[in-house]
Design a protein around this ligand. Sequence first.
Ligand code: PGA
Length: 232
Amino acid sequence: MLIAGNWKMFKGPVETAAFCLALRDAELGDADVVVCPPAVSLEVAVQLLAPTEIAVAAQNVHWEPDGPYTGEISAPMLRELGVYGAIVGHSERRQLFGETDETTAKRAEAALAAGLEVIACVGETGEERERGETEDVLRRQVSVLPDDDGLVVAYEPVWAIGTGKTATPATAQDAHAFVKSLLDRPVLYGGSVKPDNAGELLAQPDVDGALVGGASLDVDSFTAICRATRPG
Ligand code: PGA
């Protein structure tokens, strides 16, 4: 099972170093663990976590290897830093920064081609769920993703992100089974995962791990979620 911490725009290099040093000594159970710091903190995270099995991923990646794309970072640049993977298509990128299914797919394809692992985010908004469109939205978002051994999907219902409103284990299970019927890849659940709800979410048969935002910023809560994974 994979537990990924999406730090969003939190923790510069100094805080990242302190977090990684604490993480090195923490009990993580059987989980495969990834942290996704902001771009400026990737290097220190890679260096400090190098002696461990904990991987470091970026929160986004551009599809071109280089070029006039102000503010973007390419897959070869991340590889040069020793980064293992990247998140693509997070709902905050989609809602706030104009990310689309097409650009998400381009980012995923380029990252995979460069040898990065990819966590591709999908998920419906609250209005889409209320209108009964959840499966249509997931089908549209998943249909563009490459079927590749290096790709993991993260099902993150937008109404559950940062809201404290977690999907029930049954709702998550239904969505995960649906995503897997479209693309046979591991599916992480994301959206207000906390130490006290991680166990029941991760116990669902088609929940293969978690993408954790807020609760990944604290070593104790993040490692408690890691320890809540089921074995295997
Ligand atoms: P949250 O964020 O755990 O704070 O809801 C999850 C995410 O956005 O990946």
